[in-house]
Design a protein around this ligand. Structure first.
Ligand code: SF4
Ligand code: SF4
Length: 137
């Protein structure tokens, strides 16, 4: 089965060969969907894990023991164009640059492929135009 997780790395765990250990120790294939990890800094990675359900559970426990925080409620960020007024506030809290305020057009640009699903933008919107759409299990 497949499971999609957001992994938050503390600074001390950034250099660990996570995908290698998942493959060798748990027979789990890890497909990195998005990542933002700078050397010697904390980071975030969205991964799709494929493997046996028991091994996936064991791997999650192992990841947490390594100091990683796991978000098990993955989904996609959705911006409601009916509510958004292109104020640009949300772009100031987006760590990945997925949300950008384009000065020329004065419009908000959302690049889904860069989104880490960190959810930091959701509470920043005064019009509640941003939501997390959960995927079916
Ligand atoms: S969830 Fe929001 S703040 Fe986080 S990376 Fe995606 S667009 Fe940016
Ligand atoms: S904060 Fe809300 S209204 Fe403002 S640009 Fe972002 S999504 Fe649109």
């Amino acid at each position: 089965m497949k499971r999609r997780l957001t992994l938050h790395f503390p600074r001390e765990a950034v250099h660990q060969p996570i995908t290698y250990r998942l493959a060798v120790d748990f027979d789990i294939a890890a497909k990195i969907l998005r990542a933002q990890i700078a050397p010697n800094q904390s980071g975030t990675m969205v991964v799709e894990l494929s493997g046996d359900i028991d091994e996936l559970d064991a791997a999650e426990t192992w990841l947490e023991r390594q100091g990683l925080a796991l978000n098990r409620a993955p989904g996609e960020i959705l911006i409601d164009p009916q509510l958004c007024v292109d104020c640009g506030i949300c772009s100031s809290v987006c760590p990945s640059g997925a949300l950008q305020f384009e000065a020329d057009t004065r419009r908000l640009q959302f690049e889904t492929a860069r989104c880490l699903v960190c959810e930091q933008c959701i509470p920043s919107c005064p019009l509640e135009a941003i939501s997390l759409v959960l995927e079916a299990p």
